[in-house]
Design a protein around this ligand. Structure first.
Ligand code: GYE
Length: 333
């Protein structure tokens, strides 16, 4: 995974990867027509699935931006299964696409297939989620800093607790994303970092389990949490969808989401903002899914053998409940 510490080492990899992209170009890598003019870039994109509102917005953004850029897009939906993504990438290699982009479901298990892409001289661009593999195996990552999102969630929770006038111990339940996925690992890590540094004596995570980033998962796990820990003060959900599922479970248990249990989520999709404007979510840490334009820009450069940054990040904000109503009409996803 990328972090500031290994950024320099990563920068060295860029030169090599840039050379690789240039090779792919010279080889004529594309399977497009032989009309002689500039051929459309063929991009193979292996998406995670359709587990959340965030993912739907991300898929729409990728498809629209590829069209806008004039690329031929080979799109595959892995239904949250890494093995489906591996098959999709192998098929992109067999088709000799120009560039492969993918959002890895989990961080591990990619070395073999990434080496196959490298051997075929097809550059790989990661988007949204990162991998644990050697950084020479991909050119860049277009996506958010999930560790920072976890930190931001903890910092905004301080404000939420203050606003609610909560004093003393804070019992926190955490709904984790898909086990082994970069956003699940890193959001938990960032949150814990702030908690350990600043709230060691008053905050405690009393329950933490995966809800697989889905609404159904969030509802089911929250039901179990409420049974084993009826005195939860706070829910930190790694995405809005799990938070929305949990809200149903909280209401079914006769409690008021946003009051009896304070809720902080990540993403900022429209349904999350609606729940926040209804007082059911207290704060949202935004994670921008509209990565399409930046991704296509990176793909274009990589294909042309130009240098790109190792990590292309997006602008994000945090929202408290009292900002929800004003922000809702201008939300783009
Ligand atoms: O937060 C969640 C989605 O990888 C950032 O995946 C993405 C996460 C997002 O399912 O809603």
């Amino acid at each position: 995974m990328l972090n500031r510490r290994n950024f320099l080492t990563a920068a060295v990899g860029v030169a090599a990867a840039g050379g690789l992209a240039a090779c792919a170009k010279e080889d004529g890598g594309s399977n497009g027509s032989s009309s002689g003019g500039s051929k459309a870039i063929t991009l193979g994109f292996a998406q995670v699935g359709s587990e959340s509102g965030w993912r739907t917005a991300n898929t729409d953004s990728v498809k629209a931006a590829a069209k806008e850029a004039g690329f031929k897009l080979q799109f595959s939906d892995a239904q949250q299964k890494p093995e489906n993504q591996i098959s999709a990438i192998r098929s992109f290699i067999a088709q000799k696409v120009d560039v492969i982009a993918f959002s890895p479901v989990v961080v591990t298990g990619w070395d073999a297939v990434l080496k196959e892409a490298q051997a075929a001289k097809i550059p790989v661009v990661l988007t949204d989620r990162s991998v644990d593999s050697d950084e020479s195996l991909f050119v860049t990552l277009v996506g958010s800093d999930f560790t920072d999102e976890g930190r931001r969630a903890a910092k905004i929770l301080e404000k939420v607790l203050e606003k609610a006038g909560h004093k003393g111990k804070v019992k926190i339940a955490q709904l984790e994303g898909t086990t082994g996925a970069a956003p699940a690992i890193e959001r938990a890590k960032g949150f814990k970092e702030v908690m350990d540094a600043e709230h060691k004596d008053d905050w405690e995570i009393v329950a933490s389990q995966t809800g697989d980033f889905t609404r159904a998962g969030g509802k089911q796990v929250m039901q179990a949490f409420l049974q084993s820990n009826p005195d939860i003060d706070v829910l930190f959900a790694h995405n809005d969808d799990m938070g929305l599922g949990a809200i149903q479970a909280i209401e079914a248990a006769g409690k008021k989401p946003g009051k009896d249990i304070l809720i902080v989520t990540v993403d900022g999709v429209k349904d999350g903002f609606i729940a926040m404007s209804e007082g059911k979510i207290n704060a949202i840490v935004e994670c921008n899914p509209l990565l399409g334009p930046q991704l296509m820009e990176a793909v274009k450069k990589v294909h042309a053998g130009e240098k790109v940054e190792r990590w292309i990040k997006t602008e994000e904000s945090d929202f408290m409940q009292d900002q929800a109503k004003d922000a809702l009409p201008t939300r783009k996803y």
